[in-house]
Design a binder for this molecule. Structure first.
Ligand code: SF4
Ligand code: SF4
Length: 537
């Protein structure tokens, strides 16, 4: 039974200790075949009572951050004080050198036209659940800004609306900041440039930088681990070198071409930085990169410096200080090797972190040229340096656009030029390019698996993308036809791996996911046929 009720902004401050919103399966946006069959709808795992007793789970039916309940009234008061102090800092030039200007614009203006709501996949897929409306979160923030930062008083409260500032409101806002993929599809459609995604980001930043609260997967086992051992996967330089050696051997055997990855080559033209998750989860991806770059005669290297072999920078999603620390490590690795440029492997958030946002951090000698692997690969394919046989990719292929790389950087065509050249059965998702939808794993969700949060990301945040994938392959869902969902981003691949498995779309409908370089190697004439093995992993 649906528990959809009218939700008000004032519900955020309710002190009854209960969730203010619910997600019921019958309210969700319907999916096309084969997931229009109720028998294939997976049930939602309820949050267990221990989690509810221990953590602040008072927003909806899941929990992403696991904020412990304060033990005393004093502790609650102190947390609210920290929140208000952080809120003030978000609006000062000295403390918010990154995003003050667009944040102010987003606070001062909103025409309340709700164009952004129609653009948001989470809001639409949830069945238009009020707490996921992009402006629900933003309107709370706006009221806080006018009340607690500008100290507008009663006339301002009457003009802009009031909000009751207490611990339940702050606790719910922490969770609500993690119900947005930071995909900025809403910002793209807003007629006056308000950025609801940025507001969610700035809230996460406040919670991390001022209160020490962040999702543990992106902070403790993300940024912190990376800065300590060199990679958020936990791989040290010795371990990553061992793994790459193994990958070289595997790739050589599989392709019939000897592959050797160069390490720490001083003066190389290209320092390639992979998302290190590829090395562990999808080794065929770094293997394919090595084969292509060697075959094309590129002067390239990997780096064994701390963080130099892992392009991950989770700070992008929650904390400017952690972001800057990791970005500087990346640039220092490149500077030490005196390379011509850094090329980012197939990882969307790493693209945006190091190419765009790091521009505000990397100055002087650290401002080393950075390039997307999409353009480098396009140039290699277009140059004719590889002999390519498109008939080897004679199966349906569709392409996912990672938000960070495509909408937020404008890298739209290079990957398409490659795919059009080597995949005769390529079909676009609709919409695509800068109008794409997030995979649902963006902003850290793909690696966040606490409690029943995966249920939320498969049923709600990933639902719109799932609809797109099923529509793209709607004419060939039969399991006798293998299909390839190309996702040139490690984070998106993680979301697709988990979501396709959750809905059994590999076993029952033969939808495989993978990267772009695998398709290139699969089409190379001098490689043994069958680089793509059509196996689930
Ligand atoms: S589209 Fe922009 S102006 Fe319209 S409601 Fe959304 S944020 Fe406000
Ligand atoms: S950034 Fe994306 S997920 Fe977040 S509110 Fe906007 S459209 Fe929705």
């Amino acid at each position: 039974m649906s528990r959809k009720t009218r939700i008000d902004l004032s519900d955020m401050s309710r002190r009854d200790g209960e969730p203010i919103g619910h997600v019921d399966l019958q309210d969700l946006m319907p999916l096309p075949a084969p997931l229009d069959d109720p028998a294939r709808e997976r049930p939602w795992t309820p949050l267990n009572p221990q989690a509810r007793a221990r953590y602040e789970c008072i927003l909806d039916d899941t929990c992403a951050v696991s904020v412990p309940k304060p033990a005393t009234k004093e502790e609650e008061t102190e947390l609210v004080r920290q929140f208000l102090s952080g809120l003030d800092k978000l609006f000062t030039r000295e403390n918010n050198w990154t995003f003050l200007q667009p944040l102010l614009l987003s606070m001062e203006h909103c025409a309340r036209c709700q164009t952004c709501a129609d653009a948001c996949h989470i809001y639409e897929a949830s069945g238009r659940n009020e707490i996921y409306r992009p402006t629900y979160r933003s309107e709370i923030m706006r009221r806080l800004y006018f009340k607690c930062v500008k100290h507008g008083g009663m006339i301002s409260a009457w003009q802009h609306g009031d909000v009751d500032v207490n611990w339940p409101m702050v606790a719910r806002l922490i969770e609500l900041a993690y119900r947005c993929n930071l995909c900025r599809r809403c910002a793209q459609t807003c007629p006056i440039g308000v950025d609801n995604g940025l507001i969610a980001h700035e809230l996460r930043k406040l919670f991390s930088q001022e209160m020490g609260i962040a999702a543990k997967e992106i902070h403790d086992t993300g940024s912190m681990l990376q800065l300590k051992v060199g990679s958020s996967t936990g791989m040290s330089a010795e371990v990553v070198k061992d793994n790459i050696q193994f990958i070289d051997e595997e790739t050589s055997e599989r392709t019939g071409i000897t592959v050797e990855t160069p390490w720490d080559v001083e003066g190389a033209e290209v320092l390639l930085i992979h998302n290190a998750g590829e090395i562990l989860a999808w080794p065929e991806n770094p293997g394919a990169f090595a084969l292509i770059l060697n075959a094309a005669g590129i002067s390239w290297t990997l780096s064994s410096e701390l963080a130099g072999y892992d392009s991950i920078n989770y700070g992008l999603w929650y904390d400017d200080a952690q972001f800057a620390r990791v970005a500087i490590k990346h640039a220092e690795a490149a500077k030490k090797l005196k390379v011509g440029k850094i090329v980012l492997g197939e990882c969307g958030h790493a693209h945006k972190a190091l190419s765009v946002i790091a521009d505000r951090v990397l100055t002087g000698e650290l401002n080393i040229p950075r390039e997307s692997s999409m353009t480098l690969l396009r140039d290699i394919v277009a140059s004719g340096r590889l002999k390519l046989d498109p008939s080897r990719n004679d199966f349906p292929v569709t392409l996912h656009d990672p938000c960070n790389m495509v909408r937020l950087m404008g890298v739209v065509e290079p990957q398409r030029e490659i795919i059009r050249a080597i995949c005769p059965k390529f079909r676009e998702m609709e919409p695509h390019g800068v109008d794409n939808y997030c995979c649902g794993g963006g902003s850290g969700f793909a690696i966040m698996s606490g409690h029943n949060f995966p249920d939320w990301r498969f049923h709600v945040s990933g639902r719109k993308k799932l609809e797109q994938v099923l529509n793209a392959f709607g004419d060939c869902l039969d399991p006798s036809i293998p299909k390839y969902l190309c996702a040139p981003c490690s984070n998106c691949k993680g979301q697709f791996r988990d979501m396709l498995a959750y809905y059994d779309l590999w076993e029952k409908n033969r939808i495989l996911y993978g990267g772009l370089v695998e398709l290139i190697v699969n089409a190379m004439s001098e490689v043994k046929p069958g680089f793509i093995e059509w196996e689930w992993h």
